[in-house]
Design a protein around this ligand. Structure first.
Ligand SMILES: [Zn+2]
Length: 50
């Protein structure tokens, strides 16, 4: 589906291990991924395009 890879590391932001995945080059939990989605909608397009 996408280039998201499932790994067993804690979230880079909040240290949660809940649904942590590689997202935009960072290990983020489900909650932080959701936050990043909202932030990157406006600003990160060049970095997360792939
Ligand atoms: Zn998190």
């Amino acid at each position: 589906m996408s280039n998201i890879i499932q790994l067993s590391k804690p979230c880079a932001f909040c240290d949660s291990r809940d649904n942590v995945q590689l997202f935009a080059g960072l290990m983020l939990c489900g909650n932080c991924q959701d936050n990043m989605h909202r932030k990157t909608k406006n600003s990160w397009n060049m970095n997360v395009g792939r």
